[in-house]
Design a protein around this ligand. Structure first.
Ligand SMILES: *[C@@H]1O[C@H](CO)[C@@H](O)[C@H](O)[C@H]1NC(C)=O
Ligand SMILES: *[C@@H]1O[C@H](CO)[C@@H](O)[C@H](O)[C@H]1NC(C)=O
Ligand SMILES: *[C@@H]1O[C@H](CO)[C@@H](O)[C@H](O)[C@H]1NC(C)=O
Ligand SMILES: *[C@@H]1O[C@H](CO)[C@@H](O)[C@H](O)[C@H]1NC(C)=O
Ligand SMILES: *[C@@H]1O[C@H](CO)[C@@H](O)[C@H](O)[C@H]1NC(C)=O
Ligand SMILES: [Ca+2]
Ligand SMILES: [Ca+2]
Ligand SMILES: [Ca+2]
Length: 408
């Protein structure tokens, strides 16, 4: 009876010892594993952090210039609340200039370009009141680009005629609807006289001023629109060679498509849901099928909607991309020269410009972002230093214009 009990004791002792050994062994292995995990975690964290400072993660390597490379921003002083901006040739030197609408100040500012990517200090021109939108077009067909503004408080648009030598006429105004917010220019009735479509945000309407000639429009038409209609973009959506247009209906969470009846008159609008508070808007062919597609910012849901044209001017395919708090303006341009249009946007609540590269099929890669000054309203693109690479300019809440040069 003892032997078994002894042998039991003995084996228990042995078990006890080997448990101790195993405990020590496993402790060491565990510590080693923890150290390895720690090191790996630190390496990942450092790499993630450093890539985060200029750009974000996960790239499709087969897209050119990926990640993108831009200069850091150059800052130019503007007036109060620089809001909308536009680029074009405003003097006779064929070098791109930039006009900035200083919303809460009685001026617009023109930054004359040198062609090297740098600009003059702003040269100011008077305007009558606050303004919500500015664009550039040769309205009177004299081969000099004029400046067109929206006066939201006066329910008017205004045109400054370019008189050459960096001189402009004082603004000539034209009545539209209640609280106009944005406009676009085209020739809807195809008679070679320019027409202007204006969205009136506070009376849910769209005004079209037709046939600008000898400083006047010859007639206008008003169409009902969505609620708080904030932006408009003209494009031929159904490829019938007559220009159509799209609006963002901020309080309805929709965009509306207005199709031209091939006489400059418009059929009743067709709406598509986007997301919360659609605001900024741009149109271009994003998947290279020759049909024009739509991108809008959704201010309230911190996102972009991309709506692809099915070839008949219908937009049932919608993709959503998240971008951060308060996106307003959006621009479309091919930043990496692969023939596919990329998306450039920014938020009114941070200090980055966000770039979504086209995956060459109308879908977009995770954004890359570039540092700018804070609180961005307007974003535009243009080849400011004439190197064939499209650059970016934007207005900020620091009362500045920022210019970032493409170096990809
Ligand atoms: C129009 O103006 C540009 C300069 O802005 C000039 O290069 C071009 O030759 C002009 N064209 C005509 C037809 O006058
Ligand atoms: C722009 O840069 C060029 C070349 O670096 C320089 O010669 C020119 O004076 C600059 N122009 C302005 C307006 O700063
Ligand atoms: C242009 O408008 C002015 C003033 O309204 C008028 O006197 C003039 O006859 C018009 N010219 C043409 C060519 O229509
Ligand atoms: C658009 O219309 C033009 C002229 O009718 C035609 O040549 C072209 O092929 C059309 N484009 C597409 C993508 O269908
Ligand atoms: C862009 O691509 C075109 C066509 O491939 C090429 O000719 C041009 O040089 C490129 N531009 C730049 C700036 O790389
Ligand atoms: Ca016309
Ligand atoms: Ca398309
Ligand atoms: Ca591209």
């Amino acid at each position: 009876m003892q032997e078994p009990s002894f042998s039991e004791d003995h084996s228990q002792k042995e078990n006890h010892l080997s448990t101790k050994c195993r405990f020590l062994l496993w402790s060491w292995i565990s510590i080693l594993i923890l150290i390895i995990i720690g090191v790996v975690a630190i390496v990942i964290f450092i790499r993630y952090q450093s890539s985060f400072s200029s750009i974000d993660i996960k790239y499709d390597i087969d897209i050119p210039c990926n990640p993108l490379k831009f200069s850091s921003y150059t800052s130019y002083k503007t007036g109060k609340t620089p809001w909308s901006l536009s680029t074009g040739y405003l003097d006779a030197d064929s070098l791109l200039d930039i006009v900035v609408l200083n919303q809460n100040d009685a001026t617009i500012g023109i930054f004359y370009g040198s062609g090297h990517g740098n600009f003059s200090q702003q040269k100011t021109y008077p305007k009558a009141t606050t303004g919500a939108y500015v664009t550039i077009r040769d309205m009177n067909n004299d081969n000099k680009s004029d400046i067109i503004l929206v006066y939201e408080l006066l329910n008017e648009i205004a045109i400054l005629i370019n008189n050459g030598n960096q001189q402009f006429s004082s603004p000539i105004t034209y009545p539209v609807g209640n609280y106009p917010y944005w406009l676009d220019i085209s020739d809807f009735n195809r008679n070679n006289l320019l027409d202007v479509v204006v969205v009136n945000s506070e009376d849910a309407s769209v005004t079209i001023l037709f046939d600008y000639y000898n400083l006047s429009f010859s007639y206008s038409k008003t169409y009902t629109a969505g609620n708080d209609v904030t932006a408009v973009s003209v494009a031929d959506f159904n490829n019938d060679s007559y220009p159509d247009f799209v609006t963002t209906d901020y309080s309805d969470n929709t965009i509306s498509i207005y199709m031209n009846s091939k006489n400059g008159m418009f059929k009743s609008r067709k709406t598509y849901f986007t997301s919360v508070e659609p605001w900024g808007l741009a149109t271009a062919d994003l998947n290279n099928d020759n049909f024009i597609d739509i991108v809008n910012t959704n201010f309230g849901s911190f996102s972009l909607s991309v709506l692809l044209n099915d070839g008949y001017g219908h937009f049932s395919t919608r993709d959503t991309y998240y971008v951060g708090e308060g996106p307003i303006s959006v621009a479309l341009a091919d930043l990496n020269n692969d023939t596919f249009i990329d998306i450039i946007t920014a938020n009114d609540n941070d200090k980055y410009v966000y770039i979504f590269l086209n995956k060459q099929n109308g879908k977009f890669q995770t954004y890359q972002r570039l540092t700018t000054q804070s609180y961005i309203y307007g974003v535009i693109t243009g080849d400011f230093n004439r190197d064939g690479k499209i650059d970016i300019a934007l207005t900020t809440g620091s009362k500045t214009l920022n210019v970032l040069l493409n170096q990809c």
